[in-house]
Each structure stands twice: as structure tokens, then as C-alpha cells.
Ligand binder design. Structure first.
Ligand code: D5M
Ligand code: ZN
Ligand code: FE
Length: 482
């Protein structure tokens, strides 16, 4: 394989550093990976090094997992005790729907919900340098020179010539925005119901020709805000206990690791949803169930989690298979289920923002990734981080209304990312990834269920049994595979 890699590189006019050849040879599809890298290295050096590739990955908008996930550093306990025994858990909830739902099911709920979305995100956008001096859409339509405005995307379609035409609306007016497929904004795709900024100039028939589409995004220079405590947080997701495909043996290996010395700093275990397979979640699910009683399923997860050392603080949020309303934001699991677990466990909603020992964490099960994958070019189930970064850029976890992600029209939009977290975690796609985007540690927490028949039918290859662990002091992530 090494020879093939070297000769493919040579054909493209580059030499490869031996370390980079090793790395490529360890990839599933070395030649594809090489081509991907060559596509983005600009200018192309004579000798391509691992360092260049690593830098690329850190700055790219859609990083894969780190090239060489670092191994956990050795533990030095001050008192001979495991660090997690020296620290009491500190979990502080910042934003969570649990107990705060005001949805009444009235028609007015929807306009109230979208008003809040528009108001909050447009205020964020107007603070951006590119949108200084932005005007209303009504005014922009009358201008003869360049204008800037903010609006919500009502519809996005492709023209016959392959350009994109957006219908953008503010509180009073609306206009059409043409995004030419060769222009400066050609790589920016808008999705329905997202709030964005437009820099453009009048074209014809009241249509604005876009020069740039602006997202609220994470500010440049944003940095990971770490904890003083030498503690780590591990993230797992999608156990699907109750399913015949729950990977019990691999879970047992994870438990064994958690009990060992290498994991002595892991103070927190966050379960990012779908702890159980549930019942009646999809047609004929009963054929796939080993346990057809949802209480028994939760009882079994509870037992699986109680095999972990008792000083580990467990935090559980629901996903689309759990026993709460499917519409997001979802509240925490109800009392009759919580009582099956130890009292010290923390139950939060989905999505939820909280602080672990001072570190801001945003967790979202990730249902909207199904919409991102179908609605946005370049997204795929193999690269969940790419979709997560699009969420961060839009400062919204689920812009699409009326897609696969059901949204409950709460009085305020809980899917807005109003403050930038230090860690952003999802699950749901049964994939895996860790990376970094503008100072935010982003991760997808894999799964503990083997490939389902649905996934086989749709060519989704899960990567179960991977556990990202984040050092809360530095934001550095390492990965354990079970
Ligand atoms: O979803 C696990 C993965 O499988 C996630 O990527 C969506 C996909 N999936 C599974 N079932 C469906 C259906 N019925 N429609 C669309 N996509 C699906 P999980 O929710 O964790 O089972
Ligand atoms: Zn799942
Ligand atoms: Fe899920």
C-alpha cells in the first residue's frame, strides 16, 4: 500500500514525509484520503508533511477525528486517591426546558416561537462587522448600491441554470436573493428557516445578487475555557438497551476501563440520549427488541451504569428513542423513570447547556443531523462533526422546520446556541468524531448498538464502542475504542 500511496502522490507532483505515509496507510481508504488532502492544500509544497496536514485539520470547517488521537496522560494523584474521589461533582444547569415548557398547542405559539428565533439571531448577526449599517429588506430593495440586511429564509431552491434562489423575509417585507453558483458566495448553502445576513447589490426585478451570506458563527479568537480541576468528562450515547443489538460485551470492556487506573480522572459520564431502544419508536420495532417493556429497559440501563465506580457523576439526557415527548426541546426523563436510577444521577433535557466544574458544555442528541445530511450538500452520516459545525456557524441546532426533527413551539427558541460552549457533544448518528472548531471541542459520542436493518438498508455504517474523553482543564480530547 505504501508504494501505491507514494506513487499516487508523485503523480500529483508531491513527495510525502514518511510519518504522513504511515498515517495514510492506517486509513480505511488511503488513496481517497490523500486526494482529499491534496484538494485542500494550497499552495502545494514539494514535500508534504504531517504537520501541514494536522494544521489543515485544525483550521478546516469540517475536521475528521484527530490524526493521532493522543493516549491518556499518566495519572498522578496527590493523596494516592483517584482524582475523581478528591472532588465533589459540580454540575450547574445553564439552559434546559425541563419544567419550563409553555407550549399550549395554540396557533399563536408558532408565530411567537419564530419571532423569538428571528429577534435573537438577527441581534447576533447585526453585531457582525460584515453587517454594520444593515437596513430593512424594504429599504434594501430600493437601494441602487450594495446593501446589507438580515432575514429568515422562507424557501431555498435551485434555478434551471444551477444558481440558488432564496426567499428571505424580515418583519415587514421579503425579497428574492440570487446566489450565483460561481460567485463569491457559491459555497454557502442556506437552509429553510435559518436566520442569516445578506450582503448584496440590486440586480433586476427587485432581486438581490448575493456577494456574501453571513452567519452569526463562533467569534474568531474564541478559546476553550478550562477548569482548575484535573478532571475529565467521558461522553457516551445511544446505548439502545432493550434492543437485541445492544453491544453488551463491549460495554463490559468500557466498564472495566472506567474502573481502572487510566480512567481515574473521569469524574463525569454524559449519556447523550437514546439510553434505551424504547417501544413503538418505529414500525415493527418489537421484532428487534430483547425487552419489550420500557421500564425493564431503563432498569437494565440503570444496572449497566451502576457498574461504574460510584464517584463518577452520571448525567443523562433523552433522545428520540426515550420515554419523553419526541418534539424538541425534550424535557428530562419523568419521575417514574428517574426513580429507577440512583438519586445522585443528573437528568437533563435535550438540548441542554450546563457547566461541569466550570466548563460550559452544550449537549444535543442530534436528531437534526438527519435533516442536515439530506438538506445540505457535503454533509454525510460519516462526518457528524461537519453538521455540528454548521450548527455552530448558524448558532442554531435545528433550523429546519417541518423536517425529520419535530420542534415544539416554545415561547423562546431553546435550539438557539446563545452562548458559545467550550464543549459541544452530540450522538444519534451512531458515528464518531472528535475535533475542534474555533476553540470549541466538538465531538460525536458513537453508540453501543450494532448495525440495524434500517441502517444496513440505507448504507449507514455505525462506529460503535468509541468513547471520547475530554480533559476539562485543557479541552484536549482522547479516544478509547472498545
Ligand atoms: O438513529 C440512528 C441512525 O439511524 C440515525 O443516523 C438516523 C438513522 N435512522 C434510524 N431509523 C431511522 C428512520 N426511521 N428514519 C430516518 N433515519 C433513521 P437512532 O434514532 O439513534 O435510532
Ligand atoms: Zn440511536
Ligand atoms: Fe437517536
Amino acid at each position: 500500500m505504501r508504494e501505491e500511496i507514494l506513487s499516487a502522490a508523485l503523480q500529483s507532483g508531491v513527495l510525502l514525509e514518511p510519518r504522513l505515509v504511515d498515517y495514510l496507510a492506517s486509513q480505511e481508504a488511503p488513496l481517497d484520503r490523500l486526494l482529499e488532502i491534496l484538494k485542500v492544500v494550497n499552495p502545494r509544497p514539494l514535500v508534504l508533511t504531517m504537520e501541514v496536514v494536522q494544521t489543515l485539520q485544525q483550521t478546516s470547517r469540517s475536521p475528521e477525528q484527530p490524526l493521532e488521537p493522543p493516549s491518556p496522560p499518566p495519572i498522578r494523584a496527590r493523596s494516592g486517591l483517584a482524582p475523581r474521589k478528591e472532588y465533589e461533582s459540580e454540575v450547574q444547569v445553564i439552559k434546559d426546558i425541563t419544567g419550563r415548557s409553555t407550549c399550549t398547542g395554540k396557533i399563536g405559539d408558532f408565530s411567537r416561537y419564530f419571532e423569538h428565533r428571528y429577534r435573537t439571531l438577527s441581534a447576533m448577526l447585526r453585531k457582525r462587522r460584515e453587517l454594520m449599517g444593515s437596513v430593512s429588506i424594504g429599504k434594501a430593495k430600493k437601494m441602487t448600491r450594495e446593501s446589507r440586511f438580515v432575514g429568515i429564509v422562507q424557501a431555498a431552491k435551485r434555478t434551471k441554470a444551477g444558481h440558488r434562489l432564496l426567499q428571505v423575509e424580515d418583519e415587514e417585507d421579503c425579497c428574492q436573493v440570487l446566489v450565483p453558483n460561481t460567485g463569491p458566495a457559491a459555497d454557502e448553502y442556506a437552509v429553510p428557516d435559518e436566520v442569516l445576513g445578506v450582503v448584496g447589490r440590486p440586480w433586476k426585478d427587485g432581486i438581490v445578487l448575493a456577494e456574501a451570506l453571513i452567519r452569526p458563527d463562533v467569534p474568531h479568537g474564541n478559546a476553550f475555557r478550562g477548569s482548575d480541576a484535573p478532571l475529565w468528562a467521558a461522553f457516551v450515547s445511544d446505548l439502545h438497551v432493550g434492543s437485541k443489538l445492544f453491544l453488551r460485551d463491549r460495554w463490559a470492556k468500557f466498564v472495566e476501563w472506567m474502573r481502572g487506573q487510566e480512567a481515574a480522572r473521569v469524574k463525569y459520564l454524559v449519556v447523550v440520549g437514546d439510553a434505551v431502544d424504547g417501544i413503538g419508536v418505529y414500525p415493527r420495532q418489537d421484532e428487534d427488541l430483547a425487552l419489550d417493556d420500557v421500564y425493564l429497559q431503563y432498569q437494565e440501563v440503570s444496572e449497566a451504569l451502576q457498574e461504574l465506580p460510584s464517584e463518577v457523576q452520571v448525567i443523562i439526557l433523552p433522545g428520540n428513542h426515550d420515554a419523553v415527548r419526541p418534539a424538541e426541546p425534550q424535557p428530562a426523563l419523568p419521575a417514574d423513570i428517574r426513580e429507577l436510577f440512583p438519586e445522585e444521577y443528573t437528568f437533563l433535557g435535550n438540548p441542554t447547556a450546563f457547566r461541569l466544574h466550570g466548563v460550559d458544555v452544550l449537549c444535543y442528541h442530534g436528531r437534526s443531523m438527519d435533516d442536515f445530511v439530506t438538506g445540505l450538500p457535503g454533509m454525510s452520516y460519516d462526518r457528524p462533526l461537519a453538521a455540528m459545525i454548521e450548527m455552530l456557524r448558524r448558532r442554531h441546532l435545528a433550523p429546519f422546520y417541518g423536517g425529520k426533527t419535530a420542534l415544539a413551539p416554545e415561547g423562546s427558541d431553546y435550539m438557539i446556541v446563545d452562548s458559545v460552549p467550550s464543549i459541544f457533544a452530540t450522538g444519534h448518528v451512531h458515528g464518531f468524531g472528535v475535533g475542534e472548531y474555533r476553540g470549541v471541542t466538538v465531538l460525536n459520542a458513537s453508540a453501543w448498538q450494532a448495525q440495524t436493518s434500517y441502517q444496513r438498508m440505507h448504507n449507514i455504517s455505525p462506529r460503535p464502542g468509541m468513547v471520547p474523553v475530554v480533559d476539562l482543564q485543557t479541552g484536549q480530547t482522547f479516544v478509547k475504542a472498545f
